[in-house]
Design a protein around this ligand. Sequence first.
Ligand SMILES: Nc1nc2c(ncn2[C@@H]2O[C@H](COP(=O)(O)OP(=O)(O)OP(=O)(O)O)[C@@H](O)[C@H]2O)c(=O)[nH]1
Ligand SMILES: [Mg+2]
Length: 290
Amino acid sequence: MAETRAGFVALLGPPNVGKSSLLNALLGQRLAIVSRLPQTTRSRILGILPRGDAQILFLDTPGRHRGGRPLNASLNAIVDEVARDCDVPLLLVDRSRGWSEVHDELAAALAASARTPIVVFTKCDLPPAVDPAVAPPAGLAEGALLVSARRGTGIDALLDAIVSRLPISPPLYAEDDLTDRPLRFLCAELIREAAMGLLSEELPHAIATEVMAFEEGGRVTRIRADLLVERESQKRIVVGQGGQKIKQIGIRARQAIEALIGTKVHLELFVKVDPQWSKSARRMQELGYH
Ligand SMILES: Nc1nc2c(ncn2[C@@H]2O[C@H](COP(=O)(O)OP(=O)(O)OP(=O)(O)O)[C@@H](O)[C@H]2O)c(=O)[nH]1
Ligand SMILES: [Mg+2]
């Protein structure tokens, strides 16, 4: 019998380097939400990919970040835990921006647990950074791979490199599983993605989403969800003139959820002020950002 391999592969890097976009490209399916803003991902997202005799367990992570908010500290804690526990770390570098201090920190943390990451240059459809100071240290630059999630280039070579480094192991999840996250959470994330895509830059970090009711009824799924903001003034922006903004968010989110679950969706959204959501560890856990 052929030897099977399975293991956890972490997508690590600063905010906005394209970790979630790469996860989706590797899976061939949209699982993790993406936006042009940093700090889109707020939790560890598992994506499961069968490949030949191997089962690859990708872990998307929040961008490692410097900053004082409690949300940052809890996001960094998730990153450190995944970096420590994974079998194969991927260290992502946006090739159009180059290597940064956050990369040094992540590389040092990995070296402390005797792990050498595969360096992956992302967004290689864009012109590369010109400053030579932004190259990775020599030991890591060797064996670096180039990908573009947008064009789909470099994905197969990256998958081959990953599989060759996976430990010998039986599959760790059921063969047809895609993730360990409940559908309700994925729907809440698609609503957050729609809101982040449609709102102005100052707002999106202050937004959380929570599915309050999820009723499957044959051809139509009925979903009721809350959009949580921290202040009354933010609520007015999310609702928009005459409710226009929240209507657009609802339409975009409904289409994305329909594509995910394959039924018609009836989606009702409510905007609520919850000043505490990003300050309480318990509340963040309830929202699935753990
Ligand atoms: N041109 C180009 N843009 C990309 C590519 N991959 C991602 N992007 C863009 O980069 C931005 C950030 O992508 P994400 O996948 O959300 O990045 P991330 O690293 O997961 O970000 P955080 O979750 O905030 O840490 C988005 O605007 C993406 O569309 C790529 O291959 N090429
Ligand atoms: Mg992300």
